[in-house]
Design a protein around this ligand. Structure first.
Ligand code: CP
Ligand code: NVA
Length: 343
């Protein structure tokens, strides 16, 4: 399908596997669908919009040329209160390849809203940039920025959600399985921000999701409630469990750190609580049965090897963690194209 953007010749830096066209995705959108929209929560997108973003991401991954230069003249600012490798690099490299200018503003020394209000930040930034990408401690800050800025605001991780991660993860699972129809994902560990976004997205896309956590570390009530509302419409099953055995029968098992950024003060509270949720060879064998094929292993990274996952699992041929990392870029590129592209 011809795209309205100038096609430039681009060379990708490595041979990434081509993204197969998935049978459950719509036709590749010819024009942006999310102009001026924010992504604060997975709940901001409909299932149809997610599938359109996935179709665009897959098209870009197969052939980037039609999209090179499609964000020419756009400026994206990243305001990050917390460290990052994947999010920062993918939000710099991806938009740069599309002709945009991506600026990184390290906000580790001072929280956004301290020197001047979040509202005044928004009212200044919207005069200069086309999109604000935020990584913050408090979800409230992303919501306030989105409320006051006329330009799109993207949540690049907060205490409550990590929507860009979940989008990349479900896109990756679809690539690996060929379809998300009938897919089942199990989460083991802390019911945290990544777990929340995955649960919401699985419910929206009709993917069964089982959150397996220790008592007291379950996903938050309002997230489960919102996921269940979507799951009723899509037929997805949302399950909460405290037993690692509940991961049996899922095509993918997912884990994350046992103490997220900003939770250092809870170190004593969390010590030892998660040990039996470690994803290791023994657990993989237990949930698949002797000689059975392990489920795919997923992790948002950074991984704490020897804690939530062992080397044998993360380095195994069932691990797709670096595909997830690569796809952060493709899915975010697609998202930005839909938000900012001229179409
Ligand atoms: N997964 C992820 O968001 O990684 P970073 O913290 O390195 O950005
Ligand atoms: N739950 C982790 C995710 C890091 C990408 C954190 O918030 O630190």
């Amino acid at each position: 399908m011809p795209l309205p953007h100038a096609a430039l010749e681009v060379t990708m830096p490595h041979d990434s596997p081509a993204s197969p066209a998935s049978p459950d995705l719509p036709a590749i959108p010819a024009a942006p669908l999310l102009r001026g929209r924010d992504l604060v929560s997975i709940s901001d997108l409909t299932a149809g919009e997610v599938r359109a973003v996935f179709a665009t991401a897959g098209a870009m991954k197969r052939d980037f040329a039609p999209y090179a230069g499609s964000l020419a003249g756009r400026t994206i600012i990243m305001l990050f209160e917390k460290p990052s490798l994947r999010t920062r690099v993918t939000f710099e490299v991806g938009p740069s390849r599309m002709g945009a200018h991506a600026m990184y503003y390290d906000h580790a020394a001072q929280r956004i809203g301290q020197r001047e209000s979040v509202k005044d930040y928004a009212k200044n930034l919207e005069r200069w940039v086309d999109c604000i990408v935020l990584r913050v401690f408090e979800n409230r800050v992303v919501r306030e920025m989105a409320q006051h800025a006329r330009v799109p605001v993207v949540n690049a991780l907060c205490d409550l959600e990590h929507p860009c991660q979940a989008l990349a993860d479900l896109f990756t699972l679809g690539e690996k399985l060929g379809t998300l129809a009938g897919a089942r994902m199990a989460w083991l560990g802390d019911g945290n921000n990544v777990c929340h976004s995955l649960m919401l997205l699985c419910a929206k896309l009709g993917v069964d999701f089982t959150a397996i956590t220790p008592k007291g570390f379950e996903p938050q009530f309002q997230i489960v409630r919102d996921a269940l509302a979507d799951a009723r419409a899509t037929g997805a099953t949302i399950t909460l469990s405290h037993s690692p055995e509940a991961a049996a029968g899922h095509q993918a098992v997912y884990t994350d750190c046992w103490m997220s950024m900003g939770q250092d003060h809870q170190a004593a509270l969390r010590d030892g609580v998660f040990d039996r949720y470690q994803i290791n060879e023994e657990l993989m064998s237990r949930i698949t049965g002797p000689g059975g094929e392990w489920p795919l292993f997923m992790h948002c990274l950074p991984a704490h090897r020897g804690q939530e996952v062992t080397d044998e699992v993360i380095d195994s041929d069932r691990s797709i963690v670096f595909d997830e990392a690569e796809n952060r870029m493709w899915v975010q590129n697609a998202l930005l194209w839909h938000m900012l592209g001229r179409g």
